[in-house]
Design a protein around this ligand. Structure first.
Ligand code: ATP
Ligand code: MG
Length: 455
């Protein structure tokens, strides 16, 4: 083993034990956690583990949400049983994860996540060394050092996320003053904030996500290091950041998330092309705001949402800018657009990975924008049949609403979709009689099929 690593490990083992934590129990009658929301399968997991002699609690977001009157979802279980011991108790159980090993207990489509109590890494014994792994920057690459209930509490991220519900008597257990913080709507990191962000920079994104979702204030000591440390997000694999982005933008609070991400300089890392400093064409930021609001509305109304539409909006301004630059260099509009699309997706993916299944539809709805302006009867019929037509039409509406482009075309397409076949034909014919929309002329070989270059 290299000497430096050995020194580091010895240092960690000799490190001081965690400070004694204060335990508080809030009895069933003194809190308002909605027990009736706990599903049958979750109760069965808790019962099985308890009967086998292990400690088992509900923990995390579901307890936090339940205590503030929201309907909790995704109940997570924390237990004293090791992953192998958990697996031995259930027929349909799979162990997953390397960085953070845990058990999935499956009941049909319902999956209950069961995690073994973890300890902070300075409490580990020599046998634990293999299970703990830290980068030179202090980031936890593996977090599999098991511990006791109170140790588990203090290695969680925020105090509001570290409350445990004991189903045998309905008490809530608190080791970090989380109950009081929830009452005061305060988001507070447990321990030294800078060290905790260095261990896992994603906690900075989680701070913003929970502040937006819960309407909590990030208390000053927790907020202070974020701007300074935002570049640490560069250490996180782009694929993990994509997961986080989805949670940030597709959980019903996206409109509140974006200003927080920009305020704390996190957007500068995640979406460098889209932040106000680099994306300041008239309407560009307004369009992002509108798209985020619409996404939240769709979620609140139980409608489906997809990340590619939002990504297409976030990158629309940067795409226009680059397209214009390529056109100004003398590249004809169609190849210039293709080149700009490729470049924008490439640049963005260095920060947050965009899987192909999302980058392809993004590309399609961008390309469709210019085709929405070419309205012969035949073309219109082909367009509405396109799988991405609806998303492309939604993007057009946003462009008009934010003032990026002249209004009128969106309304026409709204009417077209509501019209019957004869009316549609008539609508297209009428267009032929009107003077064509003003458009800058570019030299382009394939007349008719050319995209309108950026204004
Ligand atoms: P929600 O499910 O509403 O997004 P959550 O708080 O349940 O929020 P999860 O990602 O499901 O978030 O994590 C469950 C719990 O695990 C958290 O409440 C927290 O206690 C702990 N946790 C999750 N991620 C981290 C992390 N990066 N660092 C420390 N603790 C974490
Ligand atoms: Mg959760």
């Amino acid at each position: 083993m290299p000497k430096r690593l050995l020194q580091k490990i010895t240092g960690l083992i000799k490190g001081k034990k965690s400070a004694t934590v204060q335990r508080r129990e809030i009895p069933r009658g003194d809190h308002h956690f909605p027990e009736e929301d706990i599903g049958r399968n979750v109760i069965s997991v808790l019962d099985t583990l308890t009967r086998a002699g292990y400690e088992a609690y509900l923990v995390g977001g579901s307890i936090r949400d339940g205590l503030i009157g929201m309907h909790p979802k995704d109940f997570d279980v924390a237990t004293s049983a090791t992953p192998e011991e958990i697996r031995a108790q259930f027929r349909n159980c799979r162990l997953i994860g390397r960085r953070f090993r845990l058990a999935h207990v499956r009941f049909g489509r319902d999956i209950i996540e069961v995690a073994t109590f973890r300890a902070a890494h300075h409490t580990m014994t020599e046998e634990d060394v293999d299970q703990s792994h830290q980068s030179d920057e202090g980031m936890l690459l593996r977090d599999n050092v098991f511990g006791t209930l109170d140790e588990d509490a203090i290695r969680r991220d925020f105090t509001a996320n570290a409350l445990y519900y004991r189903h045998t008597d309905g008490a809530v257990l608190d080791f970090v003053n989380g109950y009081e913080d929830i009452r005061r709507k305060t988001l507070r990191l447990i321990g030294n904030p800078e060290q905790r962000y260095r261990e896992d920079p994603v906690r900075m994104l989680r701070a913003v996500r929970f502040a937006a979702k819960l309407g909590f204030t990030i208390e000053p000591a927790t907020a202070e290091p974020i701007k300074r440390l935002s570049d640490l997000l560069g250490l996180i694999p782009p694929a993990r950041l994509f997961e986080e982005i989805q949670k940030l933008f597709l959980s019903g609070h996206a409109e509140a998330v974006w200003p927080l991400l920009t305020r704390y300089d996190l957007a500068r890392w995640l979406f460098p092309l889209s932040v106000p400093e680099n994306n300041n064409a008239p309407g560009a930021q307004a369009m992002i705001g509108l798209a985020l609001r619409n996404t939240d509305l769709r979620i609140h109304n139980g409608k489906g949402v997809t990340p590619y539409f939002l990504l297409a909006v976030l990158l629309w301004g940067p795409l226009q800018k680059l397209w214009r630059e390529y056109c100004d260099e003398g590249i004809p509009p169609t190849p210039a657009l293709q080149k700009a699309i490729q470049q924008v997706i490439h640049d963005q993916s260095r920060h947050v990975a965009i899987p192909k299944r999302f980058s392809l539809p993004m590309r399609e709805i961008w390309e469709l924008q210019s085709r929405l302006d070419q309205r012969s009867a035949k073309r219109c019929e082909q367009l509405v049949q396109q799988p991405r037509f609806r998303a492309a039409y939604d993007l057009l509406l946003l462009r008009e609403e934010s003032g990026e482009t002249e209004a009128g075309l969106g309304e026409w397409w709204t009417a077209y979709q509501q019209a019957d076949a004869a009316e549609r034909e008539q609508m297209c014919q009428q267009l032929g009689q009107k003077p064509a929309r003003k458009r800058r002329r570019y030299n382009n070989r394939r007349k008719g099929a050319r995209p309108a270059p950026p204004q």
